[in-house]
Design a protein around this ligand. Sequence first.
Ligand SMILES: Nc1ncnc2c1ncn2[C@@H]1O[C@H](COP(=O)(O)OP(=O)(O)OC[C@H]2O[C@@H]([n+]3cccc(C(=O)O)c3)[C@H](O)[C@@H]2O)[C@@H](O)[C@H]1O
Ligand SMILES: Nc1ncnc2c1ncn2[C@@H]1O[C@H](COP(=O)(O)OP(=O)(O)OP(=O)(O)O)[C@@H](O)[C@H]1O
Ligand SMILES: NC(=O)CC[C@H](N)C(=O)O
Length: 552
Amino acid sequence: MTETRKIVLAQLPQTVGDLAGNADRMLAVRADYRHADLILFPELQLIGYPPEDLVLKPAVQARAAVELERMAAATADGGPAMLVGTIRVRDGLLYNVVAVLDEGRVVAVREKHELPNYGTFDEKRVFAAGPLPEPIDLRGMRIGLPVCEDIWFPTVCGHLKAAGAEIVIAPHGSPFEVEKDDLRRDGIAAVRVRETGLPLVFLNRVGGQDELVFDGASFVLNGDGRVAHQLPEWDAAVVETLWDRTDGGGWVCRPGKVHPCDPAPADAYHAMVVGLRDYVEANRFPGVVLGLSGGIDSALSAAVAVDALGAERVWCVMMPSRFTGDESLSDAAECARMLGCRLDTIPIAAAMTAFDGMLAGVFDGRAPDLAEENIQSRIRGLTLMAISNKFGPMLLTTGNKSEMSVGYATIYGDMAGGYSVLKDAYKTLVFELSRWRNANAPRFGLGPRGPVMPDSVIDKPPSAELREDQKDSDSLPPYDVLDPILHGLVEEELSVAELVERGYERETVVRIERLLYVAEYKRRQAPPGVKLGRRNFGRDRRYPITNAFRSA
Ligand SMILES: Nc1ncnc2c1ncn2[C@@H]1O[C@H](COP(=O)(O)OP(=O)(O)OC[C@H]2O[C@@H]([n+]3cccc(C(=O)O)c3)[C@H](O)[C@@H]2O)[C@@H](O)[C@H]1O
Ligand SMILES: Nc1ncnc2c1ncn2[C@@H]1O[C@H](COP(=O)(O)OP(=O)(O)OP(=O)(O)O)[C@@H](O)[C@H]1O
Ligand SMILES: NC(=O)CC[C@H](N)C(=O)O
């Protein structure tokens, strides 16, 4: 008779720091799958990923040990074993581990060997690296248990194969980046399978944690490289997989459902919706408030907010000045109508007059300039923060990555706010996403199925409307020139000379590089926002504020 095993993959969200809640969620899955042999959870499921310095706190380490014992005790009933990601102190050092719980106790622990220490990751700061992990014997299977980064290099899987592992099970905390789903499956996991000939289970978490979002998209590859299961992106999913022992002695996973992954730019839009939704819910805001100017950045931010939270939790405010055009007023009104959310109009002329009067003495003899322009932006920020204080919604800030790169935003003005969905989206992506959202509804959005902004919002030239007839193109190169230069400088770390070789004007590149470096002080004071690409401002790219280097 064929030998068969049932392994349940629990692609779950996590709440960093809520150890009891995370444990209860895992025990609830176990209660639903009592007939399974084994239930697998993502990396650090008990603690939440990434835990940052929280895990250095002795009280957290002690709580983790208590909760793990509670979960282990639950396995005394003879039901399924559990593979639980947690932390463990051994000989005074802290490890990122997967614990094997069975028969009422912790029967084995395997420590993460490769600690990622680049980009958004700095695990060497908090964890020690474990030795090469030996396979475990559980329910008649010899299982290799690499933790996340362990499968991104050949060493650990090669060692497990040599030590007789029959199957590789890899819990992950792998954050979203555009196109990373292909890299994980076809670029990394498939290579490990080719090297070892072993089937591989890749289980990732879902949901947002501050700047990071986790898309799930877990999968199972058989030893011949074929995809046996592909779990959905973004949704929590608990999937039972069935494994048969072959005549040759190995294990094969029976084929299951293969969900398609999102194409671009739907993937980036979904990431923004999940990032904002989970940030607002986890930090217990009733909703968000934002300034709706009739421009594309605030329109797209409002659309994402409505998709994430529902129209009744998104409060838009139009704050016209004497520079605000009629088209901006009507576009903002139409946008709020299409989204179905509240729009209040609060003119800022009275506050501008008050500031002119207050500053008349000290500004005497000075022509109006950027100082007055920025006061308008600061009056708007102050007004929105007053609404946040009075009624509780978090202020959603609307700056995009192009603006944040060159400092084209007013500090303590339109940069005021708690969270941003466009922070890692260059303006050209803002245009692409707005067009996409007008023609498509996101898979799990709470907003309207149809268009979310009038076409005029997308088609008109961008303007900050802080002075007469102002256009972004007065101070910046067109976005289809600016964005590739910024991508070269930020994502690719190119020099001025290398960008000139790509055909960009030297004078423009030199100016953009200078603006990028000089704006570092603004970015350090900017709110967090959803990471979408290879190199976000925040944890991925940590530049000095005081920086005299110029590449030309
Ligand atoms: N290294 C440094 N470390 C610490 N602080 C530093 C600093 N350098 C300047 N500062 C401070 O920052 C101030 C200058 O920054 P800030 O007050 O923001 O003003 P600033 O960057 O000079 O002007 C804002 C720019 O953003 C544009 N804008 C504003 C609003 C919206 C939009 C849009 O389209 O979205 C565009 C606006 O047209 C203008 O070009 C200085 O007065 C100084 O106080
Ligand atoms: N008249 C206004 N009413 C309400 N909010 C405004 C107004 N003008 C600016 N804001 C707020 O300040 C942000 C920065 O806007 P600004 O118009 O200066 O530049 P922008 O980057 O082109 O943004 P947008 O495309 O949303 O207009 C806006 O996204 C919006 O949240
Ligand atoms: N948690 C981890 O070890 C993540 C690192 C891994 N390279 C990833 O991005 O998926």
